[in-house]
Structures are given as structure tokens and as C-alpha cells.
Design a protein around this ligand. Sequence first.
Ligand SMILES: Nc1ncnc2c1ncn2[C@@H]1O[C@H](COP(=O)(O)OP(=O)(O)O)[C@@H](O)[C@H]1O
Ligand SMILES: [Mg+2]
Length: 306
Amino acid sequence: MQPDISVQNLNKVYAGGFQALKDINLDIRRGEIFALLGPNGAGKTTLISIICGIVNLSSGKVFAAGHDIVKDYRAARSTIGLVPQELNTDSFETVWDTVTFSRGLFGKAANPAHIEKVLKDLSLWDKRNNRIMSLSGGMKRRVMIAKALSHEPEILFLDEPTAGVDVELRRDMWDMVRGLRDKGVTIILTTHYIEEAEEMADRIGVIREGEIILVEDKHVLMRKLGKKQLRLLLQQPLEKVPGELALEPVELSGDGFELVYTFDSQQEQAGVAKLLRTLGDLGIEYRDLQTRESSLEDIFVGLVHE
Ligand SMILES: Nc1ncnc2c1ncn2[C@@H]1O[C@H](COP(=O)(O)OP(=O)(O)O)[C@@H](O)[C@H]1O
Ligand SMILES: [Mg+2]
């Protein structure tokens, strides 16, 4: 299947000479939720801004829904909805007018029924006659989403959508995102909240210092890089890891009261059995044991700091 977004050998050098994106190659599939993860300054907003035609690319090619975003800008842009990272909403206009006008900008015929549905879905219907500038921050963000959806885009970008957002809006937003995905809308979100990507995404891309360092199906990523940990709470503290265990991935923590064994999720439990046998032979007693799986957060922190 043709990708919905195709980024090919994309480079961005800002006017001052800073290279924000380095040879990016990335295909986004139709109808997927793609999470772009990366620390602050990695280039997430730059990449999104280029695909949306807000920032010029330096070299490379980008296609959105089959349209070249440079040669065929209007066609490309009309397939895209963008909820930007920064809110620009000190407008005197009403919610209804702003969202309706936004649709018109994309050359779409008026469709009050669609605008009504979008406003109702975002709990903005009661506020439709309010001026934007009179709304709370959360409500303004809802308006930004409504604007992005006003022209029925097939691709939706959400740039750090939940940074500083209250729990209720966050929940509404994810419900909405899932609903849109079910209708076939392609969704790309950036975040540095890893739990969000873990919960929402089908695929995950990691960007660091302008380079995509990994793109993977979320479940494959968790399986491939996921580790398990066995934590034994000891009866008596140890001063160091016993020589018999020196070759194993075993560490002491908690003032010597905890023995932590880290192993691959895919590996069978043979290592655990051996460890427990060795402890038994050494007469080391434990009063409790816990296992935990590494989260996407552990994996991500490992990747970004490698
Ligand atoms: N207009 C600009 N001029 C020069 N450098 C910029 C500009 N915009 C962003 N940058 C730099 O590009 C890098 C990537 O920024 P950005 O894309 O905003 O990252 P992110 O969204 O991942 O936090 C940062 O180092 C940032 O300082
Ligand atoms: Mg950003």
C-alpha cells in the first residue's frame, strides 16, 4: 500500500546554519497512529512543520497523500490537519466563526453539519458563540483541535497535544484520536511523555539530534528491547554480589538488601531457576521476590542515552 506520508532524504538547515534534520527517511501508513518520540530540541516540531508546509525544507522530498508538499502545496496541505504545539488564540472571533473560517481556508464548501459535529464531539457546542479570547486554556486547545478537523483531513498531526493539559481534556483527546483512527484518519503525534506513546501508538519512531534512530511496531519494540527484572528482598544484606553469580546480570541495591537480576523478556526462565538454585546452595535467604517488565520508558531512556 502506498504510504500516506513519505519523507525521503529530508534535511533541514536553519538560517543560522544549524542542521535540525539529518537525512530523514520515514513512511507513515494510512490509518495508523504513529508516535514520534524524542527529547526537547530533537527536531519533532521542525519535521511536522515541514510536512505541513510551515517551514521550508533544505533538501529531500516529502509527499502527503500522494502530493508533493512543495510542487503541489495546496493539494497536500488540504489533506492535513495540524494541532500546533503553540496556541495562537487571542482572537476576538467566536468559536463558530473561527472553526468555520478555518474550513474555508482549505477551499472546502461550507458544511455546518460537520462543524456542529466537531464542536459537539469536543464539548465546545455550548461555547460556540463565545469569543476565543474569553476561553480557558483547555477550551482554547479544544478550539485548535476543532480547527484542525474543520476540513475533514485524512492526516492529523498533534504536536505535543497533552503538554500542560488537564486529565479530562487528555482523556477526551485520546477518545477522539481513537475515533478518528477508526474512521481511517492517519494520526501522527509527538510527545515526550512515553506512557502516552505506549498507550496510543501502533508504531513508534524515535528521533534524536535530528536523526531518526528507530522506527518499529510498538509491540515488536517492547518484545525486542523489553527486559524483565527479578528483584529479591534478602533476609540479610550482602556486601557484594557473590563470586558464584559474578558472571550473571545481577546487581545489588537497597543497601545490599536487594538482589536484582535483569534478563531478556524472550529468554526462558532457565536463568531464574539457576539463580535461585545458586542462592539456595550459598544459603542466601530471601523473604520476598518481585518481577517487573521494563516499560517503554526504560527502553526509551536507554536508547536516547546510548
Ligand atoms: N527557527 C529556527 N531557527 C534556528 N534554529 C531553530 C529554529 N527552530 C528550531 N530550531 C532548533 O532546531 C532544533 C529542533 O527544534 P524543534 O524541531 O522545535 O525540536 P522539538 O520539537 O523536538 O523540541 C532545536 O535545536 C531548535 O533550537
Ligand atoms: Mg516541539
